[in-house]
Design a protein around this ligand. Structure first.
Ligand code: 5AD
Ligand code: SF4
Length: 443
């Protein structure tokens, strides 16, 4: 979601004549889009702003050039007005639902107004006020839903992004068309709770994500689609069946469970049990046997015992994830879990994280190795690290590197997989037709 927001800020400023640069010495405007989800992300904000300040002062000292600094995103929402007082070199501060005001606030600042902060919550006016989208490559993101009403006891999102909001179906279709016209071939639908989507159609009727996916699948040029992030107990049967019925829907799903212990899920205020989660997985696999599953895990949540953690390890093995993200529990200010009594010592959190990540990596390696010898379709999205190399990803969201000419960037090609590691695949371009069974045989 933050990548999406950053790209929208870029589109917005381009409409006002700005160009993108990654060189701070060259920037008239520096924008730091921030994340508050874990302490580590928030800590980075201050070190990055230190770099910005230094570059701003240098530009002024050496070239007498004025530099504006804007801070956007969830840290702003959490810190409030204090941020401006603390950071006198910052010109504009905008919460995640207010970044469309950036050009206006910068213009006011040019006219001599004081640094300003806007952090109102309502998301509806933001999307209307933004510049028309354009694809930033063959893979594009499209925000369909924002905010969250779930209030998991560890999480800041409901406080920083506000309550759930779904965009109208018509606006989403329009945005998807613009993305496809400007080069997108794969669209990832975004939302903090994407499967809670309930946008209105033109007749004012609320529609769910399964409906939206089927509508989008009718658009010319849309070859791949996925959605992230889903809440396990909101995987409706209709959405699950879409994985069988909609060919563009990738056989991949990120479905965070967070813990394998029902006791911990309850303390986290996650409103499902491991049993319900596993039933959803069974249904998904019945609908799409080759589906690659991914998850998020938090280790060391307050009260997590060795046995709770072992339950997580066993669940990971039972499900056989193709990939997963895992984090040490991070105490976030203002959340119920941050004041729970039985906080787990840092050392134990670290030990558990190492064990879980080793297990996840071994499963990832297994899933990747199962692709060796198969031919699969890759969307080439980036230049590789080595010269002459491009990289892209498989229908199962695996990273794939191949030697291929630069002109192929943004296209789909058939690749025979030759080698696998835990984090990526390497292959060779093949002109042989793709057999549909090849794409379905992943273990
Ligand atoms: N500590 C650790 N991880 C967290 N996440 C959210 N809040 C916290 C926290 N306080 C993780 C969850 C979520 C992912 C985006 O970040 O696993 O799914
Ligand atoms: Fe945070 Fe996701 Fe829980 Fe919402 S559902 S509170 S975004 S972890």
């Amino acid at each position: 979601m933050n990548v999406y927001d950053s790209l929208r800020i870029l589109d917005l400023m381009k409409a006002f004549g700005y160009e993108e640069t990654m060189d701070l010495a060259d920037a008239d405007l520096m924008v730091l889009n921030t994340c508050h989800i874990r302490e580590k992300a928030t800590d980075k904000v201050y070190s990055e702003l230190g770099r910005f300040r230094e570059a701003k002062e240098k530009r002024w000292a050496n070239e007498r050039k004025q530099t504006r600094i804007a801070v956007t995103g969830c840290v702003v929402q959490a810190m409030g007005e204090g941020m401006l007082q603390k950071l006198s070199f910052v010109d504009v501060v905008l919460g995640p639902q207010r970044y469309h005001l950036l050009p206006q606030l910068l213009a006011e600042r040019e006219k001599g107004s004081r640094p300003k902060m806007e952090a109102d919550f309502s998301a509806d006016e933001k999307f209307d006020a933004l510049a028309p989208v354009q694809a930033h490559g063959a893979r594009s993101f499209l925000a369909v839903q924002e905010g969250c009403d779930k209030f998991c006891s560890y999480c800041v999102v409901p406080y920083t992004r506000g309550c759930e909001y779904s965009r109208p179906v018509k606006d989403i279709i329009e945005e998807a068309k613009l993305l496809l016209q400007s080069g997108a071939k794969d669209i990832t639908l975004l939302g903090q709770n994407v499967n809670a989507f309930h946008g209105e159609d033109e007749n004012g009727k609320e529609r769910d994500l399964g409906y939206l996916i089927r509508k989008l699948a009718e658009l010319d040029g849309l070859k791949r689609m996925s959605y992230v992030t889903s809440y396990p107990s909101q995987m409706t049967d209709d959405l699950i069946v879409a994985h069988k019925e909609v060919p563009q829907l990738m056989p991949y799903l990120h479905l965070p469970i967070q813990s394998g212990s029902d006791k911990i899920l309850k303390a986290m205020n996650r409103r499902y049990t491991t049993r319900l989660y596993e039933e959803v997985v069974d249904k998904l696999r019945a609908a799409r046997p080759d589906i690659a599953l991914s998850s998020d895990f938090i280790v060391g949540f307050p009260g997590e015992t060795d046995e709770d953690f072992e339950q997580t390890m066993r669940l990971v093995e039972r499900i056989g994830y193709a990939s997963a993200f895992s984090f040490k529990y991070s105490r976030r200010p203002g959340t119920p879990a941050s004041v729970m009594k039985e906080q787990v010592p840092e050392k134990i959190k670290s030990e558990r994280l190492i064990r879980l990540q080793e297990l996840i990596l071994s499963l990832q390696k297994k899933a990747n190795e199962a692709m060796v010898g198969k031919t699969t379709e890759i969307l080439l999205t980036e230049r590789g690290k080595k010269k002459g190399q491009l990289s892209g990803y498989s229908p199962y969201m695996q990273n794939v590197h191949i030697n291929a000419p630069e002109e192929l960037l943004g296209s789909f090609i058939c690749v025979k997989i030759k080698q696998a590691t835990a984090t990526s695949l390497t292959g060779e371009r093949t002109d042989s037709a793709l057999s549909s069974s090849d794409d379905k045989k992943k273990g």
